[in-house]
Ligand binder design. Structure first.
Ligand code: NAD
Length: 272
């Protein structure tokens, strides 16, 4: 490092455009400075922590934008649900005090990885919540699904969600999937409107896939040769996809926790 910041405690603050987020960002910056932290004007990959102010969507976008850096993230919730968040704007003083005293834990959030191959090339995608495979323009999609080369089904319907444990409370839950405790190293394969008729047979329920097993998906094209792949709400279109291999990533996202609320009470408070 040649900027004279050696040994300095650098923190990134990322906020969305909402007024409450901007106000919270200013208050937080002032508080952190009182404790001797330096707030970087641009995202600094050498920072010891990244604080994201906004809702779940803002948290997910920040992690993707900075490409899953190694430093831990923590969220201040100014959105609606705040499933990823540990801090509210009302308790930022307490957060800074606890953080400066090292009173926190770091939790690993498991990520899902997809290798998408067309006839000419392959690309890698990483998701925090989920990777969804859908047809375009509301068309039925037909997907051959194998687990570790064992053929499971030829799915027909709206699509498939492959969710992480942390993402199990998001789109997966709305689609009838189960809530998975975040420390369980698994993926969940959840159907979106599976068709069951004399023409098509698709599993109606979710399947839990253990770490180390790969989900292999081969689209079967009828009228269309385009698939939509939606990663944490971000939609991508691919033509002529031959194969998609999905598994738990070796990488994790590190998130600060304060054990102020346990997982099941968080589920109760957010959903019931
Ligand atoms: P968004 O940011 O508006 O989020 C949609 C809702 O999902 C929000 O209420 C958000 O708080 C909640 N959410 C996000 N991650 C969560 C999690 N891990 N646990 C519980 N709730 C969570 O929408 P977006 O930017 O389009 O996509 C972000 C996420 O929204 C996606 O990753 C997907 O899981 C979710 N989503 C849900 C549905 C649905 O439930 N029908 C549909 C599309 C997307």
């Amino acid at each position: 490092m040649e900027n004279g910041l050696q040994g300095k405690k650098i923190i990134n603050i990322i906020h969305n455009d909402n007024i409450r987020s901007k106000e919270t960002s200013e208050l937080l910056e002032n508080k952190l400075k009182q404790y001797g932290y330096i707030i970087s004007s641009e995202f600094d990959y050498n920072a010891e922590l990244s604080i994201c102010i906004g809702g779940d969507g803002a948290f997910l976008r920040a992690v993707h934008k900075y490409n899953f850096p190694y430093m831990p993230f923590v969220g201040v919730n100014t959105g609606h649900l705040g499933f990823f968040h540990e801090i509210t704007p009302e308790n930022i003083n307490k957060f800074v005090e606890n953080y400066s005293k090292g009173k926190y834990n770091i939790e690993d959030i498991y990520l899902v990885e997809a290798i998408v191959c067309t006839r000419t090339s392959c690309i890698e995608l990483i998701g925090v919540n989920e990777i969804v495979i859908k047809g375009i323009e509301s068309k039925v999609i037909h997907l051959n699904v194998s687990i570790d080369d064992d053929h499971l089904e030829c799915f027909s319907g709206d699509g498939l969600i492959i969710s992480t444990p942390s993402g199990s409370t998001a789109y997966n839950l709305s689609a009838g999937g189960s809530i998975v405790y975040p420390t369980l190293k698994t993926l969940q394969l959840t159907p979106l409107c599976p068709i069951n008729s004399k023409a098509y047979r698709s599993l109606q329920n979710s399947a839990i896939i253990p770490d180390g097993m790969a989900i292999k998906i081969n689209p079967e094209y009828r009228d269309e040769n385009t698939v939509l792949i939606v990663v944490d709400g971000n939609q991508l279109k691919y033509d002529n996809v031959v194969e998609i291999i999905i598994k738990l990533s070796d990488m994790t996202l590190r998130k600060l926790t304060f054990h102020s609320q346990n997982f099941w009470s968080k589920v109760r408070d957010r959903f019931i």
